[in-house]
Design a protein around this ligand. Structure first.
Ligand SMILES: O=P(O)(O)OC[C@H]1O[C@H](OP(=O)(O)OP(=O)(O)O)[C@H](O)[C@@H]1O
Ligand SMILES: Nc1ncnc2[nH]cnc12
Length: 305
């Protein structure tokens, strides 16, 4: 990894750069895949990464942070942030997933693979716990429930899996999150843009707007198709998530061809927001994504050649 030329190197960057693994020929031949899951295994490098962005964007009147993710909601990032900061735990996003369904005051939990210890912790659900989770669910679905009643929301969540394969059930951190009214030991994400955006949003006091793949957002959406290094895709954003004139920051882990950022910028601008800047951990300069951003500022922590 190299730091952007002409930029004085922050002393935190070498550790961040060295924690990112490069996997050749993934997901297809010829791609040098920049794997940030190894960065997440190093709590200091992960924290430093978020801090570098937070330091840059604090006090800049940004009210929206937009990012993409797939299987988790924005508020769950608060949990990730809490677990990570208060517990000092290492996070391994794992493929095992489950879901919570919040409906009225009933919470159903299931799906995917759950370690036995998690099952033990999840049952029985005390009324208080259900109430808290329901409140948590209500708050997440607020923008979707036009009649104030439709509180059925669906979240895919990935259980946090520490390196040992165990989860955080019963740990101090889990208890703390529950007592704060957050949903407990569940956390970890599958996709990447989501990992950095929400902690930054929380730290700078901005809302987080998820930009998701098609048919994932339950409300009315606007969509943008785009091309990226290894395929084509489409991003969607909820109508009403951003107000005209709001100052927005787009956050992702990596910029390659710039297709994803372009789609994100376009969605935000269609909603009337002013995109202040795009922020990514890694840039692949050979793919010239920067040139596709129509002059929009791009801030990165490091280049990969
Ligand atoms: O500049 P671009 O050519 O658009 O490529 C960059 C995008 O590619 C990766 O996401 P990907 O679509 O692979 O999804 P993921 O986050 O689920 O892995 C990465 O996280 C960026 O969002
Ligand atoms: N080379 C790459 N590594 C990781 N994520 C990517 N997204 C697009 N190109 C990528």
């Amino acid at each position: 990894m190299a730091v952007r030329e002409g930029k004085e190197q922050d002393p935190r960057i070498p550790r961040i750069a060295s924690s990112i693994r490069v996997v050749p020929d993934f997901p297809k031949k010829g791609i040098m895949f920049q794997d940030i899951t190894t960065l997440l295994l190093d709590p200091k490098a992960f924290k430093d990464t978020v801090d570098l962005f937070v330091e840059r964007y604090t006090g800049r009147d940004i009210s929206v942070v937009a990012g993409e993710f797939f299987r988790l909601n924005a508020s769950a990032t608060a949990q990730i942030h809490n677990v990570w900061t208060s517990g000092g735990q290492r996070m391994t996003p794992c493929r095992a997933h489950g879901f919570f369904l919040f409906a009225e005051s009933v919470l159903v939990c299931g799906g995917g693979v759950r370690p036995a210890s998690a099952d033990a912790d999840l049952a029985p659900w005390s009324p208080l716990r259900c109430k808290r989770l329901f409140r948590f669910g209500s708050c997440l679905s607020r923008s979707l429930s036009s009649d104030g009643k439709a509180l059925v929301i669906f979240h895919w969540i990935l259980f946090l899996d520490c390196e040992t394969g165990s989860n955080m059930t019963g740990s101090k951190t889990s208890t703390k999150i529950f007592s704060d009214g957050f949903c407990g030991h569940v956390l970890g994400v599958e996709a990447r843009g989501f990992i950095f955006g929400p902690p930054i949003a929380l730290a700078i006091g901005a809302k987080f707007v998820p930009l998701r793949k098609p048919k994932k957002l339950p409300g009315e959406v606007i969509s943008e198709n785009y091309v990226l290094e290894y395929g084509t895709d489409c991003l969607e954003m909820h109508v009403g998530a951003v107000q005209p004139g709001e100052r927005a920051l787009v956050v992702d882990d990596l910029v390659a061809t710039g297709g994803t950022l372009c789609a994100a910028i376009s969605l935000l601008e269609r909603a009337g927001a002013e995109v202040v800047e795009c922020a990514c951990v890694i840039e692949l300069p050979e793919l010239k994504g920067r040139e596709r951003l129509n002059g929009k500022n791009l801030y990165i922590l490091m280049e990969s050649h």
